[in-house]
Design a protein around this ligand. Structure first.
Ligand code: G
Ligand code: G
Ligand code: MN
Ligand code: NA
Length: 253
């Protein structure tokens, strides 16, 4: 009940902020994009993790207005960075419920026009559960985003079921290897083999591979060795506010 009343209020009062976590291109060493991660800055409870309110937002449908805010805020930030001459893309997370909103693509286009940015400046991260609920709907939406020129990434890859069938059918640009595999690298030979195989499959299909949750140098070396293209995780940086990220960018090439 606290969540319901206060989440509605928080949306109308704009109590959210986006934090941004860098993704490093392992081939060039450059940070070309960041993932936008929402936080709720509650006057009563301070910063609240999305793990605590995204599930409820999805269940209640509040994810639709909330997701719209995320898209608009990310577009605003992309517009600012563009004006500052900073070349950096922003990836936003979409949940299944948002895909069912008929306004999604129009809202996306409107946000881009308003901020005068290209679709290629916003990437979309979809989880496999998004795809399972209504595959045809997801397929059409991914095509629309892709035709506009926005990149689509498959998040938490390998944790859902029938991952491989999605790869065959969907015009996605990259897969994001789930954190749980990365976590097991150091002591689990099967996780290593699985990662190597997933990368091989992605390469056959000409998909980029992103590893998330990279925390140690050993993990990074392993991932680099098997051909992973991009990495994200505490080893490089945690999710940060804009000001902190901008300082981080100037120090990390
Ligand atoms: O930021 P991390 O700190 O705690 O995020 C936890 C989870 O919340 C992740 O699975 C992430 O994908 C999800 N999440 C973060 N921001 C958003 C968002 O804007 N929209 C959706 N749908 N999920 C998000
Ligand atoms: O599911 P999604 O990939 O969108 O999740 C992003 C989540 O991962 C956020 O909660 C973010 O805070 C968290 N995260 C980012 N880097 C790391 C990391 O190196 N280790 C762990 N354990 N979590 C991370
Ligand atoms: Mn994500
Ligand atoms: Na993920």
């Amino acid at each position: 009940v606290w969540l319901d009343t206060n989440l509605r209020k928080a949306i109308s009062e704009g109590q959210f902020e986006l934090h941004y976590q860098p993704k490093k291109n392992l081939k060039t060493g450059k940070t070309e994009s960041v993932e936008a991660l929402i936080r709720w800055n509650s006057p009563e409870r301070g910063l609240i993790s999305p793990l605590e309110f995204i599930p409820y937002a999805e269940e209640s449908g509040l994810i639709v207005p909330l997701g719209k805010w995320v898209m608009e805020e990310a577009a605003r930030q992309a517009g600012k960075w563009k004006q500052q001459g900073l070349k950096i893309r922003i990836a936003i997370n979409l949940s299944a419920r948002q895909l069912r909103s008929p306004e999604l693509i129009n809202e996306f286009k409107k946000a881009l026009l308003r901020e005068n940015i290209f679709p290629s400046m916003l990437d979309l991260e979809l989880t496999e559960s998004c795809l399972i609920e209504d595959e045809l709907l997801a397929l059409n939406l991914i095509k629309e985003f892709s035709d506009l020129g926005a990149e689509v990434h498959l998040d938490d890859f390998g944790t859902g079921y029938s991952s491989l069938s999605h790869l065959a059918r969907l015009p996605i640009d990259s897969i994001k290897l789930d954190r749980s595999f990365i976590h097991s690298i150091h002591n689990d030979i099967r996780a290593q083999r699985l990662l190597r195989s997933m990368v091989a499959v992605a390469q056959e299909l000409e998909l980029q591979v992103v590893a998330e949750g990279v925390e140690t140098q050993d993990q990074l070396e392993f991932l680099r060795g098997i051909g992973v293209d991009h990495a994200q995780g505490y080893l490089f940086a945690k999710p940060m506010r804009v000001a902190e990220l901008e300082v981080w960018m100037t120090h990390s090439s």
